[in-house]
Design a protein around this ligand. Structure first.
Ligand code: TGC
Ligand code: FAD
Length: 389
């Protein structure tokens, strides 16, 4: 099949700087040569290809936008482009990097003390430490404000009790950012692996995001030292601020998954001969599906670019991110479904990446705020009336 190129239907590439395109092309090359060949096997075995972690660090994919602390300090559009390349491979690969950067390094950077930043950020950027983000609970997913996990002040530190569920990288993490209520207010705590009273269990049997590790976290009278509370973030807006960072990356990333599915469908349709000896691509219905994919991917690309411009100019608001996350995830899911259909029987076998992307995108449309939660965020923004409760 022809070498991969992302859609450039409206000359979107002309909206990027040379440096941004260089980041994209370097990560694209890395993904093609080193990530893609591992995926079929990793997906079958439900295993994360952990030998890639040092390479992610060398490529500047962990905490890419953080300035200082041995982090790459990239711009937000360059970051979006690299998320897109990672998700062209697999949403689980993008998840690994976006959890580490947006949900572990960002809260330490934004809400942590200088000592915490110096202690953790360089090692997290180097892939020497892996982190996870524990917000969701069995009975508090879309409504994290309903969390039951509690922190209690004890001499020398804080005692944590509660359970977190669906936590990406949980069982492989060296540290967890755990959100718990202290005196009724949500606070973030750094819980290191090996702390007494802290344990994890692997969630097996996922049909989606199989190359990503998903776990439960258990905190039973787990005492963390005083130095492990994030001192500068209080209230639900602290974890929600991290979600805004991660959702930004997802809004870009899923365009990569959609591009991969479109690319596969286009080349398959040109090669596959049907009924009359002509290729599938010579018929009107398949052309309509391909045209729709181009239409929707192009709109999503332009939306992501504007999102990046808003972020780079400091004007980005959470409701902007909600619109882009919601639109682009749904777009990618629809493109993947049409691509799967166009591949016929071959659309359900893992020799082709389309079914893996389709299954993954079901998760991506759900985590980091479900499609309907983002619809309600937009509803609240335009009417001024919250309709969650
Ligand atoms: P609400 O009263 O609206 O807000 C509480 C405070 O937070 C502020 N805020 C935000 N701040 C920053 N970013 C955002 N996105 C924010 N959304 C709200 C808000 O202004 C307020 O501030 P203040 O100063 O008044 O205190 O809170 P609510 O309880 O009504 O909830 C609103 C809702 C439903 C939108 C929110 O809870 C929500 O976003 N729910 C979805 C939960 C979610 O997305 N969970 C994701 C868990 S992590 C994950 O899935 C990782 S996947 C792995 C990967 O990324 O690869
Ligand atoms: P629910 O909140 O129970 O939602 C079920 C349905 O109800 C959805 O359709 C939803 O849209 C709808 N709904 C909910 N509330 C309303 C409402 N008010 N009005 C109308 N409809 C509503 N979490 C973390 O903290 N860290 C992680 O690293 C992490 N990684 C994840 C990895 C995977 C593979 C998955 C699947 C999830 C992960 N999550 C993580 C959790 C994820 O964020 C939650 O699954 C998600 O927020 C939805 O919560 P829930 O599963 O409890 O669904």
């Amino acid at each position: 099949m022809a070498a991969y190129e992302s859609l450039n239907y409206m000359d979107e590439d002309s909206l990027f700087t040379e440096d941004e395109l260089m980041v994209r092309n370097t990560v694209r090359d890395f993904v093609t040569k080193e990530v893609m060949p591992t995926l079929q096997e990793a997906n079958r075995k439900e295993e994360f290809p952990k030998h890639l972690i040092p390479r992610f660090a060398e490529m500047g994919l962990l905490g890419s936008t953080i300035q200082g602390y041995d982090c790459p300090g990239l711009g937000h559009i360059a970051y979006g482009l690299l998320m897109q390349e990672l998700e062209r491979a697999d949403s689980g690969i993008r998840s690994f990097c976006s959890v580490q950067g947006a949900l572990v390094m960002y809260p330490i950077f934004a809400y942590g003390s200088e000592e915490q930043r110096k202690k953790y950020l360089p090692k997290l950027a180097a892939g020497q430490l892996i982190g996870c983000f524990g917000l969701t609970e069995p009975d508090a997913g879309s409504n994290p404000g309903g969390m039951l996990t509690r922190a209690e002040k004890v001499p020398g530190g804080y005692k944590l009790n509660g359970n977190k569920m669906w936590i990406t990288n949980g069982s492989v993490a060296d540290l967890a950012i755990v959100w718990a209520k202290l005196d009724g207010k949500v606070r973030g705590f750094i819980v290191e692996k090996g702390t007494e009273g802290f344990s994890t269990s692997l969630m097996k049997g996922k049909f989606s995001l199989r190359v990503s590790v998903t776990s439960e976290l258990h905190l039973q009278n787990c005492v963390v030292p005083e130095a492990n509370i994030l001192p500068n973030g209080e209230g639900l807006k602290a974890p929600l601020g991290c979600l805004t960072q991660a959702r930004f990356g997802i809004a870009w990333g899923v365009i990569g998954a959609a591009n991969a599915c479109y690319h596969e469908a286009l080349h398959y349709a040109k090669a596959r001969i049907i009924f009359d000896g002509k290729p599938l691509a010579a018929h009107q219905l398949p052309q309509a599906k391909l045209a729709k994919m181009v239409q929707e991917i192009t709109k999503a690309q332009l939306l992501a670019i504007q999102l990046g411009k808003l972020k780079e100019s400091g004007r980005l608001q959470p409701h902007h991110v909600s619109l882009a996350k919601m639109n682009n995830c749904r777009m990618a899911l629809d493109v993947a479904r049409d691509a799967r259909d166009m591949l016929g029987g071959n659309g359900i076998i893992d020799e082709y990446p389309v079914i893996r992307h389709l299954m993954n995108l079901e998760t991506v449309n759900t985590y980091e705020g479900t499609e309907d939660i983002h619809r309600l965020v937009i509803g609240q923004e335009i009417t001024g009336i919250p309709a969650f409760r």
